[in-house]
Design a protein around this ligand. Structure first.
Ligand code: GAL
Length: 828
């Protein structure tokens, strides 16, 4: 055997290893992105790593791959990575490198949206609040202090990626990177400095030398070589600002986010598919679902203000990672269709034909193949017409894709994928809620309520961001008012009036609770006004101001005030006469945070002294500012876990010391906006369409990731701010209850339920069945064979089954020329 000298052997091994990390070449022209010589139709989906846990990533990314995606898009969240200036955190679910390597291991590409302003319904749009508190800083504009920090963080991330060879140019998964985020939407508010800033962003990005293209979304004047991209529910009308830029869609909103007091958003599978198909009909090259998995706003990461803890988004994967069916499956079918004609779409000659009545045909032709799109953008009328000698019917608001220009391979309005109805099953490990033993303790606020003790003081009312520096949602504003006997304010009717900007105020006078008030979503300024009894001599006013996520969007969003801007006044009324004492310029003392939070009452290993202060006697109900604690057994199995917090007011919850987010089940969604009519996929979608759950708690269920729990005993701690009743709290698993399908002839119906066997077929009919999932009935015609027994034979006892939907399988019908359908309902 040939033996090599040691240095040569090293060189050989080095070259061998290196050859595995071959550079991947990413280039583009006005038509398509080319990866390693192949022109691509790129389908991507957003998954934000901190909105799930590292343990969930392989499953989520695997489901994205199985759903037919090529790439995963994520923002990078500056505030959590650099919580204090030059102190970094990339641990646990903040392990960006591990996330990207998981994407790479699954064989997918990545789109890295560094921002580092990201919006994303994330608190303060992802900016760390210390940035706002740097002397001389102005955010998102040509300001040296800001640009220095932005460059520092961007370079840190880029270098981290380079170190790990994560750019495609190094053989890694990252094919595109983004700088800034939708600056074009707000740029005019920054005047000339805005333009100078965006030019600087482009130069700074280019100077990072990442070897893959940079994008800027919603930036119609993006400096070259930045590719400007589109965000929205529809982007078929979009054209980039350079003939060399491919048509790219960075955010196809698959639904919408939810705010406290808002209903549940829902965007239909048909409409999402329609938007995607129209985008590729009109020359699209890259499309990304925002979100593909929305996930959970753990801790205090929800922005807004007033964004809920759930960031489900009605995405193809639900908050917990389950398939949101039929959306996931209907899009999977579309992805397969688009990929099957990738070469024709990216190379073919394009011919557009306007067929009238909002019907458009597009032919992509290469010498080998022609592929046609027939798009009907009419919101109400189906269209029947002759195209290239053949008759076609395209339902209203839908697109048919004909891979060979002859036969319909996919229509966006014809959903063949199964619908899964999810259920929340009781915890089989113990019988909750009865088994939960609660202890409690009051939040200790005497230092504030009785002594007015803070850690800083000022002769003015300060902004909560400036004072709290985001260390907590809570800030005490305390002042004393000395009223002499002869003060003109004395009267029988005295009022305390506080002008607030958000979002909750709890007022105390001389140690006694006076009242609370909170903002409504979208109207964050309000006036708290309550009658008050004051003492002659000294009076202590203690105001607890609470934020619920910092503003994340809009021009100068970073300057939106939080807390109590004032004035704070006492008013005395004698008949028509009013005497006002303005306390705004008094000496105010400030205290950030709550005693219980700084003493880590939520932690499992809180010291024994404080542990002994938990009482099991006389569990209070509807008591404000109260800590509750219990232990529980984790539900058996692997299905995702939620905790039902119905009965509680508002606060924060921790499992084994890890925050599962803010809770506010007592906040019902408003009564307006929901309709009793069925949701119609036709016509333009916006976030007010097809909403549900009006009048119900905005969020009753809170995700407890499996990795937060131990197999045996777990601790749940609640900090209850408004007052509530924990006696109904219970843990459940989220799983598929019923599966339905209404599939079209000539398709293959796939039924599956997350690894559980199908136990019974409740309904099956092939022909023209009527009704919807849960209320299917037979129509006027049916196959000659017994559909129920065919389904039973094929599916019962199995974890998944597939059925050819045809007369071959179900026997001939007397339905005539209509397209027959198979309606099915199975249980588990
Ligand atoms: C976009 C923004 C995203 C997200 C989205 C709404 O304007 O770029 O970060 O906020 O809106 O979910």
């Amino acid at each position: 055997m040939l033996s090599l000298p040691t240095p040569l052997l090293f060189l050989f091994v080095f070259l061998l290893l290196h050859s595995f990390a071959c550079a991947v070449d990413v280039s583009h022209d006005g038509r398509a992105i080319t990866i390693d010589g192949k022109r691509r139709v790129l389908l991507s989906g957003s998954i934000h790593y901190p909105r799930s846990t590292a343990e969930m990533w392989p499953d989520l990314i695997g489901k994205a791959k199985e759903g037919g995606l090529d790439a995963i898009e994520t923002y990078v969240f500056w505030d959590v990575h650099e919580p204090a200036r030059r102190q970094y955190n990339f641990a646990g679910n903040l392990d960006l490198v591990r996330f990207l390597k998981t994407v790479q291991d699954a064989g997918l590409y990545a789109v890295l949206r560094i921002g580092p302003y990201v919006c994303a319904e994330w608190t303060y749009g992802g900016f760390p609040v210390w940035l706002h508190n740097l002397p001389g800083v102005e955010l998102r504009t040509a300001n040296d202090v800001y640009m220095n920090e932005m460059k520092n963080f961007t370079s840190l991330i880029v270098n981290m990626m380079k170190q790990e060879s994560l750019f495609a140019s190094q053989g890694g998964p990252i094919i595109l990177a983004q700088i800034e985020n939708e600056y074009g939407n707000v740029m005019s508010a920054y005047g000339d400095a805005g333009k100078a800033y965006i030019d600087w962003c482009a130069n700074m990005a280019v100077s990072q030398n990442i070897g893959v293209p940079w994008i800027m979304c919603q930036q119609s004047d993006a400096p070259q070589p930045m590719i400007n991209t589109c965000n929205g529910w529809y982007c078929d009308q979009f054209t980039p600002n350079s003939p060399d830029s491919p048509k790219m869609w960075t955010e196809n909103w698959t639904g919408w986010f939810k705010n406290w007091g808002g209903p549940d958003p829902h965007r239909t599978a048909e409409d999402v598919a329609f938007a995607v198909a129209r985008f590729f009909q009109t020359g699209g090259a890259f499309q990304n679902y925002y979100m593909y998995h929305g996930g959970t706003n753990f801790g205090r990461t929800a922005g807004g203000p007033y964004i809920t803890t759930s960031y489900d988004y009605d995405a193809p994967l639900d908050e917990y990672g389950n398939l949101n069916q039929p959306k996931w499956g209907h899009l999977k079918e579309l992805h397969a269709m688009l990929h099957s004609v990738e070469s024709t779409l990216t190379n073919g000659n394009i011919t557009n034909v306007d067929l009238g009545n909002s019907v458009f045909a597009t032919v992509y032709a290469t010498p080998e193949q022609s592929t046609c799109f027939l798009g009907n953008t009419n919101a109400t009328s189906d269209a029947t017409f002759v195209f290239e000698g053949k008759q076609f019917t395209v339902p209203a608001w839908s697109v048919s894709i004909l891979p060979d220009c002859q036969n319909e391979g996919y229509n966006t309005a014809k959903v063949n994928a199964q619908t899964s109805v999810m259920v929340k099953e009781p915890n089989k490990a113990e019988s909750q809620p009865e088994s939960l033993r609660w202890t409690w303790r009051p939040e200790m606020a005497d230092e504030q309520l009785v002594l007015g003790k803070g850690h800083v003081a000022a002769h003015r009312l300060v902004d909560q961001k400036d004072a709290a520096n985001d260390a907590s949602d809570y800030l005490w504003y305390m002042t004393s008012v000395h009223l002499k006997d002869d003060d003109p304010i004395w009267s029988d009717n005295m009022t305390l009036r506080v002008n607030c900007t958000g979002q909750i105020l709890h007022a105390y006078v001389n140690g006694k609770y006076l009242g609370s008030q909170w903002a409504k979503y979208g109207v964050f300024n309000y006036v708290f006004e309550q009658d008050v009894k004051l003492n002659r001599g000294n009076n202590l006013i203690a105001l607890l101001s609470v934020t619920i996520g910092l503003q994340n969007y809009g021009p100068m969003f970073d300057l939106v005030q939080n807390g109590i801007p004032g004035p704070v006044e006492i008013e005395g009324r004698k008949g028509d006469e009013r005497v006002i004492k303005d306390l705004s310029g008094h000496l105010w003392s400030y205290k950030v945070g709550l005693h219980g939070i700084s003493h880590k009452l939520f932690s499992v290993d809180s010291d024994s002294a404080s542990a002994s202060n938990w009482q099991s006697q006389a569990l209070p109900i509807n008591r404000t500012m109260t800590w509750y604690k219990t232990t529980f057994k984790a539900p058996l199995g692997t299905d995702p876990v939620v905790v039902d917090l119905q009965g509680l007011g508002k606060g924060e919850a921790w499992v084994n010391g890890k925050s599962i987010g803010r809770y506010w089940p007592s906040y019902d969604a408003g009564l307006d906006g929901c309709s009793s009519d069925p949701c119609d996929y036709r016509g333009p979608y916006d976030n007010n369409k097809c909403v549900s759950k009006c009048g119900q708690p905005t969020q009753r269920w809170y995700h407890v990731p499996r990795s937060f729990m131990e197999e045996d005993v777990n601790t749940l701690v609640l900090f209850e701010e408004f007052g509530g009743n924990p006696s109904l709290v219970n843990f459940r698993t989220v799983t598929v209850g019923t599966v339905c399908a209404d599939a079209y002839e000539k398709k293959t119906l796939e039924l599956a339920c997350q690894g559980r066997p199908i136990s019974a077929v409740k309904f099956a009919s092939f022909g023209d069945p009527q009704g919807a999932c849960g209320s299917f009935s037979k129509g006027n015609c049916e196959g000659s064979k017994d559909a129920v027994s065919i389904l039973q034979n094929a599916c019962v006892g199995k974890q998944s089954c597939s059925i050819d939907v045809s007369e071959n399988t179900f026997g001939s019908t007397t339905c005539g020329s209509i397209t027959k359908r198979l309606a099915v309902e199975v249980t588990f």
